[in-house]
Design a protein around this ligand. Structure first.
Ligand code: HEM
Length: 117
């Protein structure tokens, strides 16, 4: 039940995330001033992420990995698999575990690659 509610919430979250993505694409296309205005919201003058940048960045990453994991699990259940109670509960918990580990791995790799973030 919880993973189903979280799946709907993360689907909604990703849809809102698409607004940020479109804003980023629009800022890129609009030239230096437009892109600087976008960066001002999510970074300090130094170029490092500010609090909003961290919350939106890590939040959307976690949301995507959680929705992806529970979505794949959902597709297996749509195909008639994973209805045995114990296995069903195990895979539900695995979606949360995957999302946290994948988010941590993604941001660790990003920070190692771009230490100025
Ligand atoms: C990353 C790969 C993704 C997978 C595997 C996936 C899988 C799924 C599945 C299987 C459902 C249907 C669940 C159901 O029938 O209750 C679903 C629902 C949904 N997905 Fe995704 N999805 C993915 C990416 C996205 C993205 C990128 C967005 C938005 C930008 C999104 C938004 C939604 C929304 C809004 C719903 C409806 C949620 C609900 O009302 O319960 N999904 N997804």
């Amino acid at each position: 039940m919880t993973v189903s509610i979280v799946h709907r919430a993360t689907g909604t979250g990703l849809t809102i995330g698409m607004l940020f993505f479109c804003w980023w694409l629009g800022a890129l296309a609009s030239g230096p001033a437009g892109y600087a205005a976008f960066l001002d919201v999510f970074t300090y003058q130094s170029g490092k992420l500010n609090v909003i940048g961290w919350i939106v960045g890590v939040g959307l990453t976690l949301t995507l990995f959680q929705h992806m994991a529970s979505g794949v699990r959902h597709l297996f259940m749509d195909a008639g698999d994973n209805f045995e109670l114990r296995a069903n509960k195990t895979t539900a918990w695995l979606t949360f575990g995957f999302a946290i580990v994948a988010t941590a791995a993604f941001w660790t790799a990003l920070l190692l690659e771009t230490p100025h973030v």
